[in-house]
Design a protein around this ligand. Structure first.
Ligand code: TXA
Ligand code: MG
Length: 330
């Protein structure tokens, strides 16, 4: 792997794109200081130019190369959770390229917790801008083969680090305004962040229809991953309480439609679905395989995917959020 890391870092230095594993999902990396590489990245993903990308670094010492300031609250969160599935939004340093920030005055930064990602960052010795390695609006990849299938030869190098351990994208905390805000829930929970901050999030940090705390940061920061329809399979997906889900399966059968079903815990002995997937009851195991299972269901050629509403516990918030978005109409 160490030779492969050198090759991948060389590709990045030449302005090419490299896909690499992180503990959350696979990232599609580009040199964050190279405008041509960033242009290539946005083009390949099909991502609108005003959507900012997260810059990944290897150490806390590199933060002030990218951020104008590293306030104590940010440092406290970084020390507690990095390397790990947390992205901090800070005021950007003056020379950060506008493509990285989507033209905003903030930057998203993260130290990922994956040996391959960290080895690549150490070898590259600078920041790697990396959105999830999928086309815009689609499911994030949690295996190297997902990336290869989606981009074929269009990525210079795909580093294979096996299945992602967390399986859902990082929690995003905006610290660029007067009050901290969670822009995207993840597997580092609101309560864990509040414990470090020593205070609770202010409203509107309540779960909204979309499942997130708030779609806008304190200073109007946009986090386009919080668009209503995102993280979506191709097959239409609906999230329903268990009883409604059973009725919907019956109605689909009568209408001659094939549905694939995913539930938490319960699976009847007989059913009329083309496939029935039961997710594990604990949120960590569930998050780890959610996208993989959705991809499998998406490949069945069903007319619809029906998913049971996840449990209401705070530990399931990120799962509820992604499923709600997967089911939202664009
Ligand atoms: O776990 C993750 O965060 C993965 C891995 C590869 O690190 N990355 C990821 O990137 O999910 P992406 O581009 O798919 O989602 C990044 C999210 C987007 O919603 C984007 O709008 C938001 O982060 N974001 C990035 N920079 C931002 C900024 N300066 N202000 C507000 N939101 C920002
Ligand atoms: Mg993404």
């Amino acid at each position: 792997m160490s030779d492969e890391i050198k090759v991948a870092a060389e590709c990045l230095r030449r302005g090419e794109l490299v896909a690499f594993p992180t503990e959350t999902v696979y990232g599609l990396g580009a040199d964050a200081a190279n405008p041509d590489a960033l242009a290539r990245l946005f083009k390949l993903k099909g991502r609108p130019g005003d959507h900012p990308v997260i810059v990944h670094v290897a150490t806390i010492d590199e933060i002030l190369r990218w951020a104008a300031e590293f306030p104590d609250v940010a440092r406290a969160l970084a020390e507690e959770f990095w390397p790990g599935p947390l992205t901090l939004i800070l005021k950007k340093a003056p020379d950060v390229l506008p493509q990285v920030t989507g033209g905003q005055d903030t930057i998203g930064l993260r130290i990922p917790n994956h040996p391959v990602a960290l080895a690549l960052l150490e070898e590259f010795k600078s920041g790697i801008a990396a959105p999830s390695a999928n086309r815009f609006g689609k499911l994030s990849p949690t295996l190297a083969e997902h990336v290869r299938a989606e981009f074929k030869d269009e990525v210079a190098h795909v580093l294979d680090g096996g299945p992602c351990r967390v399986g859902l994208e990082s929690t995003i905390v905006d610290l660029s305004g007067a009050e901290p805000r969670i822009l995207r829930p993840g597997m580092i929970l609101k309560e864990q962040i509040e414990k470090v901050l020593g205070k609770t999030f202010l409203p509107p940090h309540v779960e909204s229809e979309g499942g997130t705390y708030c779609a806008k940061g304190a200073t109007g920061t946009r986090a386009p991953g919080t668009l209503k329809s995102h993280y979506a399979p191709r097959t239409p997906l609906k999230v329903l309480p268990f009883a409604d889900l059973l009725k919907e399966i019956g109605a689909s059968k009568e209408a001659g439609k094939k549905v694939a079903v995913m539930t938490f815990a319960e699976k009847p002995d007989t059913h009329d679905a083309v496939s029935w997937t039961v997710l594990p009851p604990d949120p960590e195991s569930c998050a780890r395989i959610l996208y993989l299972r959705l991809r499998e269901m998406d490949s069945l050629g069903a007319d619809g995917i029906l998913v049971e509403q996840p449990p209401q516990a705070s530990s399931f918030l990120a799962i509820r959020d992604r499923l709600t978005r997967a089911g939202a109409e664009s």
